[in-house]
Design a protein around this ligand. Structure first.
Ligand code: NAD
Ligand code: ZN
Length: 356
């Protein structure tokens, strides 16, 4: 059976296209549902861009803090806040920010129409009701969250997304001007998430021509962005690299790096981009060419990777880290094949974490 997956319905791309937001969202407003809820990364609070959000009528703007990556608790609290403030469902939810703000808006749009806690929907195809209309305005590129069918959440028991057709955005507004101001180091880490998506997809056993076509294009763009001098076009390229990288893994999977980095994230709270970069630097035996090129990019960006993350872990923390990581079965199978358990034993995973 081939997977029949949903894609983003509308895409607008180009420098300055953010200025069309009001018109684009206006098409979703009617007498019944007239208000939008914007979930905006609070890094823009008090900044010119934050002030430029085109609020109309009774639209709600909620600043979201992403110092911690999205938790099910925060999603539930946001849904409660919106329901408490509005007497009927809004016309839509708009996420403005990086992967975290985008994932929050996906999760909130699903939970506005589905009962219970978001923690009950961490998994595959669990939501029963279609989500509210939702749109994304990325301000950071690399995760591919703008095109993927998941929104990654940390819950009481696991770190796992709401993987559902209902998570997919109805509209994405891709304006390269909006990612220009991201701090260099963050731009690099989130960009490397994209680069690693490409390597893990292209080197994986699940690869097909669909994934390969997007993965190769994304990799080419990543190389232009991170191996060459920054130019006028760099942000356009990075934004499209993220889009294509996300499309590539839609039909394949990520691999060793993401599986190990999920373990770090769960136990230590390490953020996705930086966690992947830390792990990738230890993966020569799995992705020799990719790691070599990654180090050149790292050097060019002048970024120093943190070390010694696992130096003071307790036995219990190591066990948890290994459990979380080895539970990512599809990722391991994509990376190492059906017999992956013979290669990535608990001892091997432990030894790798100990080096980080
Ligand atoms: P992020 O959204 O967590 O943001 C990182 C930091 O950059 C934050 O401090 C944020 O405030 C700041 N920031 C964002 N845009 C900025 C801008 N233009 N100027 C200044 N600061 C800015 O980072 P990310 O790497 O984009 O996203 C990581 C998140 O995405 C994680 O939660 C991860 O789980 C998730 N993710 C989701 C998918 C998916 O398919 N849904 C895929 C990969 C990662
Ligand atoms: Zn990733």
């Amino acid at each position: 059976m081939y997977r029949n997956f949903r894609m983003v319905s509308y895409v607008v791309f180009g420098r300055g296209c953010y200025n069309q937001t009001k018109d684009i969202l206006g098409q979703q407003r009617d007498k019944e549902k007239s208000d939008m809820v914007y979930l905006v990364d609070d890094v823009f609070k008090g900044a010119e861009f934050g002030d430029s959000i085109p609020l109309q009528g009774d639209d709600m703007l909620i600043w979201v803090n992403v110092d911690d990556e999205p938790k099910t608790k925060l999603v539930d609290a946001l849904v409660e806040q919106i329901k408490g403030a509005m007497d009927k469902n809004p016309a839509g939810i708009v996420g403005v920010g990086g992967g975290s703000a985008m994932d929050l808006s996906k999760a909130v749009s699903v939970m506005m129409t589905n009962e219970g806690s978001s923690a009950e929907y961490q998994g595959y195809d669990l939501p029963k009701n279609p989500s509210l209309y939702h749109a994304a305005i990325p301000t950071l590129s690399g995760t591919g969250a703008e095109v993927s069918r998941t929104c990654v959440l940390t819950g009481p028991e696991k770190k796992l997304g709401i993987n559902s057709d209902y998570s997919v955005f109805d509209q994405i507004i891709l304006d390269p001007e909006l990612i220009r101001g991201a701090p260099d180091e963050q731009r690099f880490y989130t960009g490397m998430d994209c680069y690693i998506h490409c390597i893990e997809s292209l080197e994986g056993t699940f690869l097909n021509e669909f994934s390969k076509s997007y993965g190769q294009k994304s990799l080419e763009l990543c190389r232009e962005v991170f191996l060459n001098k920054r130019t006028e076009e760099s942000e356009d390229k990075l934004m499209m690299a993220s889009y294509c990288g996300g499309m590539s893994i839609a039909y394949s999977q990520v691999g060793v790096c993401h599986a190990l980095s999920y373990g770090l994230a769960y136990v230590l709270g390490t953020h996705h981009g930086i966690g992947n970069a830390i792990v990738f630097d230890y993966l020569d035996e799995f992705y020799p060419e990719g790691v070599k090129e990654f180090r050149i990019m790292l050097d060019k960006a002048g970024v120093e990777l943190p070390r010694g993350l696992c130096a003071n872990l307790t036995e219990e923390q190591f066990e948890k880290m290994i459990n979380v990581s080895l539970a990512m079965e599809l990722l391991w199978e994509n990376a190492l094949g059906k017999d992956w358990k013979k290669i990535m034993t608990r001892e091997k995973a432990r030894e790798m974490f100990e080096r980080m």
